[in-house]
Design a protein around this ligand. Structure first.
Ligand SMILES: Nc1ncnc2c1ncn2[C@@H]1O[C@H](COP(=O)(O)OP(=O)(O)OP(=O)(O)O)[C@@H](O)[C@H]1O
Ligand SMILES: [Mg+2]
Length: 224
């Protein structure tokens, strides 16, 4: 398993937000987690990313070191060029080459020397996508990465992301409250009911099989 969580609990003063969440994700799996605003999606992502040391319970048993996070805003550093943002922290001899290739992948070839504020919102998110994939992460955690974009751009970003996921093959956890966004990939779990940290299985006939993002004809039930 790439991700293995057992009975993860996170309480903020006065109330639990995550209450005994368990999750297994196999290598290369693409899971979408949907839930209403305030149901604890970002809290869960932060816990999985290792950004929150307040989690309790058995906690995270295994999450790979090679992980990238894609946030709702691009979080590009304004004082660095687009290429330097993409390759920031990448310490390989071919980092620049890889950065160029990732920018080609996201359709930003030729914008290497631009400043982030010279890019449109969608272009900034594409640069952020390049930055997360250039490291060939084992796990990609995406927290409503296209939520701030208009519907048409968002739909194009979905296509782009899924195409690149097929190429780079990370395990992906896409967090969203947009049902449409969640239905494109596979295996959604839904935040429901009282909403407080309650995520449950929603079996859908949609799963990555044999390296393809095409839903299988028979469908498959998954546990979440
Ligand atoms: N550091 C914190 N201290 C106190 N409460 C917090 C903290 N972080 C999050 N919360 C609370 O936990 C709940 C879940 O927050 P979270 O950000 O995980 O929701 P979400 O599902 O990502 O919502 P959205 O879809 O709006 O992004 C919210 O009620 C929020 O106020
Ligand atoms: Mg959130």
């Amino acid at each position: 398993m790439t991700v293995h969580l057992r009975r993860l609990t996170r309480r903020f003063p006065g109330r639990p937000v995550l209450d005994g969440i368990s999750l297994d994700m196999a290598p290369g799996e693409f899971a979408a987690l949907i839930g209403k605003s305030g149901s604890g999606k970002t809290t869960l992502l932060r816990a999985i990313a290792g950004l929150d040391d307040g989690v309790e319970g058995e906690g995270i048993v295994r999450v790979p070191d090679g992980r990238s996070i894609l946030f709702q805003d691009s979080r590009l550093l304004p004082w660095l060029s687009v290429l330097s943002n993409v390759t920031l922290g990448l310490r390989t001899p071919d980092s620049e080459e890889r950065g160029h290739a990732a920018l080609v992948d996201v359709g930003l070839s030729g914008r290497e020397d631009a400043w982030p504020n010279e890019l449109s919102g969608g272009e900034q998110q594409r640069a952020a996508l390049a930055r997360s994939l250039v490291r060939h992460p084992e796990l990609l955690l995406a927290d409503e990465p296209f939520g701030a974009l208009d519907a048409l751009t968002r739909s194009r970003m979905h296509e782009l992301m899924f195409r690149l996921v097929e190429r780079y093959r990370p395990t992906v956890l896409l967090i969203t409250h947009d049902v449409e966004e969640a239905l494109v990939p596979c295996r959604p779990g839904a935040g429901h009911g009282s909403g407080v940290g309650s995520f449950s299985t929603v079996p859908l006939p949609c799963r990555i099989h044999g390296g393809s993002l095409t839903p299988p004809s028979n469908g498959s039930e998954v546990n979440y």
